[in-house]
Ligand binder design. Structure first.
Ligand code: F0G
Length: 395
């Protein structure tokens, strides 16, 4: 295995610490010879079941038992949308309640193997929670930059309890991302674990492997929210590798969803040959994906185009309606960003797909405010049967 520039193809050894290509400045990826991975005899559970596809020493792993999340059939929504087999891959079942744990187990393992004393990230909340937990597990210092006042309360609470050092940046996520990169380059011993880090994305690709193993084949379509755009890139890489390893014989179309007023990738994809992907003031109720300058934009555009997929937007109202849909019709409580794929399916339909997997990226409990802002007024009653029946309108 080695590191490779996603744009110019320059190679770097696996043990070299760098985040972008020294030649052209673009993001890196891990190059892997799948023929060496002998996929037939996989064993174990979760992310580390796929250890031979991962670029770190599994013997010294930092793990909280991540991965192995449920792939749940959604019959009611499926029949409403006219999709014969609609599934939700519920990443809220991970240790800190989001897909970030898949990447963080690999990223923090590498940090330990490099001898780093501190790990850092900029975050809209979930990466912060996950980084803080895995750093605690490994005994490392966790530095977390968040956009001031823009992070859901549950995610902040997670970072606090795990001992993350939270710095509120007076700016948005993109400002925090820029300055944390400067910090890691400046000091050298602060290991950066945003999705610009290709080792972290290697952990996240296992979501694709799990879907294939659960279904026994590739789905026709995967729909997921896009923010910094690491996840769509990682998952697409996972499907391609599983096909190269002979585990599946076709690939899914990748559909990326963004919030209407935070959709720089949808805009860039509308151009033939975009050379920039940037929006100054992203805004959405789905704070997890309130991002204007996704660092993995080139990878995400490749994932959508190579897979024959597409990207689209949904409004905040559509996101919140989809969040209620999943909770009330399927019993799954996801955070607003994670409901964006369902909102997209409701809006656009998908008549030419049999099997569709929506990635529910984070747990609903992370952002209770998003629900309670919209909540109906509660009924109260005296503690008597008569009063209770009156309150419930039961004769
Ligand atoms: N869904 C949730 C719940 C997220 O937290 C994120 C990203 C995404 C989707 C988008 O994933 O960035 O790989 O395209 N959250 C990051 C964070 C930015 O800091 O927690 P992406």
């Amino acid at each position: 295995m080695r590191q490779r520039c996603f744009t110019c193809g320059t190679h770097y050894p696996l043990d070299q610490v760098l985040y972008t290509c020294a030649q052209c400045g673009c993001v890196l990826e891990i190059e892997l010879d799948v023929s060496e991975c002998v996929a037939e005899s996989l064993s174990g559970a979760g992310v580390w079941r796929y250890a031979r596809f991962l670029p770190v020493d599994a013997g010294r792993r930092v793990s909280l038992s991540e991965g192995d999340t449920g792939l749940h059939a959604c019959e009611r929504l499926g029949s409403e949308f006219g999709i014969p087999h609609l599934f939700v891959k519920n990443e809220g079942e991970n240790p800190t309640g989001s897909f970030k744990d898949r990447g963080m187990t690999v990223g923090v393992t590498r940090a330990v193997q490099l001898g780093a004393k501190a790990v850092a990230c900029a975050s809209t909340g979930n990466t912060a929670a996950s980084l803080s937990a895995y750093a605690a597990r490994a005994g490392l210092r966790a530095i977390v930059l968040v956009p001031s006042g823009q992070v859901a309360v549950g995610k902040i609470a997670q970072s606090v309890i795990h001992g993350g050092e939270i710095v509120q940046i007076e700016g948005n996520f993109d400002d925090a991302m820029r300055v944390v990169q400067q910090l890691s380059l400046d000091t050298g011993d602060v290991y950066l674990l945003n999705s610009i880090n290709p080792f972290r994305l290697e952990g996240q690709k296992t979501l694709a492997y799990e879907i294939c193993e659960s279904l026994g084949t590739s789905p026709d379509v995967v729909v997921l929210p896009m923010g910094n755009a690491g996840n769509i890139s990682a998952i697409w890489k996972g499907f391609q590798e599983f096909k190269a390893a002979g585990m599946i014989d076709c690939l899914p179309r990748m559909i990326g969803v963004q919030a209407e007023n935070a959709a720089p990738l949808v805009a860039a994809l509308a151009e033939t040959d975009p050379d920039v992907c940037h929006l100054s003031d992203p805004e959405t109720v789905a704070t997890a994906i309130r991002i204007g300058a996704p660092v993995n934009w080139r990878k995400a555009i490749a994932a959508v185009r190579e897979s024959g997929g597409c990207a689209g937007t949904v409004s905040d109202a559509e996101i919140l309606a989809a969040q209620r849909d999943l909770a009330r019709k399927e019993g799954r409580f996801v955070e607003p960003a994670s409901a964006a794929p369902i909102a997209w399916l409701r809006k656009n339909g998908l008549s030419d797909a049999e099997t569709v997997v929506c990635v529910a990226t984070g747990h609903g409990l992370k952002d209770p405010d998003a629900v309670l802002r919209e909540a109906p007024r509660f009924t109260t009653a005296h503690p008597t049967l008569a009063s209770l029946k009156e309150a419930l309108n039961i004769q």
